[in-house]
Design a protein around this ligand. Structure first.
Ligand SMILES: [Zn+2]
Length: 384
């Protein structure tokens, strides 16, 4: 990490810091501190918040997070079944601070909605707000707030409007798959590809896309998961959506695990047999697939066969240069990329160029980062 990033992170984390303490705290030379602080001040990422009481010599500056029009930090929130994650993200995609709200209720009510608002306000005051007061600048010009995926539309709307009015900043609510797509696009360490699609396979099959460097617009929840109901087997199995032969019925997490369990029950040999059936997860299956286990390999071949028509449709409709695989697929390693790339290229008409395939980031981090990224992107106008 560069001295500039180290110092920026340190100041954001602590709230404020004496300039003279930066060198000793971070183990940096006074020359590097000077260059980095000057850069950060010029960019507006930090600001002079005050001065330390004089102890004889020159008074040391106290630095706080800058909230000038060019400073870019965004807050992201992600709602999961068991927790709400809040984090502060720099424009470089670095998570500066994060916090979790535990103890999610079975259903949302007025009380819980209020509790979430309080925690968000507290988070902001602790990590950003104090600098704002010290610097005397408004928050709304620099902080575009987060993206939300809420379990319940009614409380989602209420939380968005309450947060928006209490924080006096715009609050955006977004689909998780779009958040992750954007994070993969903005902050991936691989080459940035402005024509990309993101395909996530977990309990549902979802898709997001960036075209011409812009997140493809679709704010309706049903649209992003519609791909799961793309019929790949005419007159195939009946699906809960009312259709037949839907992709989701063949490749979803629960479906693949069911098949693995049945094969193990039928006595098929596999390293997976040592794991208790009820605690078996797709992470186990993917790990064994990468290790070359016969049963896991057979299952993944089956999954890939079903995925190819969907990938083909994505390629022919959107012509992405890159397809990023998410959900459990992101744990498939090079064997999965090879398997998909080979059948995918072979299956396309000659005039269509097959996208490069890569795996998504291996952690949940992209979801959280994506939420904040989306806020930044709204703020930076790269999302329409
Ligand atoms: Zn369906």
């Amino acid at each position: 990490m560069s001295a500039t990033d180290l110092i920026h992170r340190c100041i954001l984390k602590r709230g404020q810091m004496a300039r003279s303490a930066l060198g000793p705290t971070l183990g940096l030379s006074s020359r590097s501190v000077k260059v980095a602080v000057d850069t950060l001040l010029e960019r507006g990422d930090i600001a002079i918040a005050g001065y330390k009481a004089s102890t004889g010599g020159r008074r040391s500056q106290i630095l706080g997070a800058g909230l000038g029009p060019d400073a870019r930090v965004a807050m992201g929130m992600i709602f999961r079944q068991d927790e709400i994650k809040i984090l502060l993200l720099s424009s470089a995609g670095e998570v500066l601070v994060e916090e979790a709200i535990k103890g999610m209720p079975a259903s949302w009510d007025e009380l819980f909605c209020g509790r979430v608002c309080e925690r968000v306000l507290h988070f902001r005051d602790k990590h950003v707000g104090s600098h704002m007061n010290l610097c005397g600048m408004g928050i709304s010009s620099v902080l575009a707030f987060q993206a939300m995926v809420l379990p319940d539309a009614k409380w989602g709307d209420q939380l968005v409007s309450r947060l928006s009015s209490q924080l006096s900043v715009p609050v955006y609510r977004e689909l998780l798959v779009r958040c992750v797509t954007l994070a993969e696009y903005l902050f991936s360490t691989n080459n940035k590809e402005p024509e990309m699609a993101y395909l996530s396979v977990m309990d549902h099959v979802e898709m997001g896309a960036v075209m011409g460097g812009r997140l493809l617009c679709s704010t309706e929840a049903t649209r992003s998961s519609a791909l799961g109901h793309f019929s790949i087997v005419p007159d195939g199995e009946a699906c809960y959506c009312g259709g037949r032969g839907c992709l989701e019925s063949y490749v979803s997490n629960p479906r693949v695990l069911d098949q693995v369990r049945s094969a193990l029950d039928a006595g098929q040999d596999s390293s997976l047999k040592n794991i208790p059936r009820e605690s078996l997860t797709m992470y186990d299956v993917m790990a064994q697939f990468v290790a070359g286990d016969a049963l896991a390999t057979e299952q993944m071949h089956r999954v890939v066969t079903r995925l190819i028509p969907a990938l083909r449709a994505i390629q022919l409709l959107l012509s992405p240069r890159l397809i990023v695989l998410g959900g459990y697929l992101r744990h498939g390693g090079q064997p999965l990329i090879d398997l998909i790339q080979e059948s995918f290229s072979a299956d396309l008409p000659v005039q269509a160029m097959a996208a490069r395939i890569r795996l998504g980031a291996p952690t949940h981090r992209q979801q959280e980062i994506g939420a904040a990224a989306l806020a930044l992107a709204y703020d930076l106008c790269s999302v329409s």
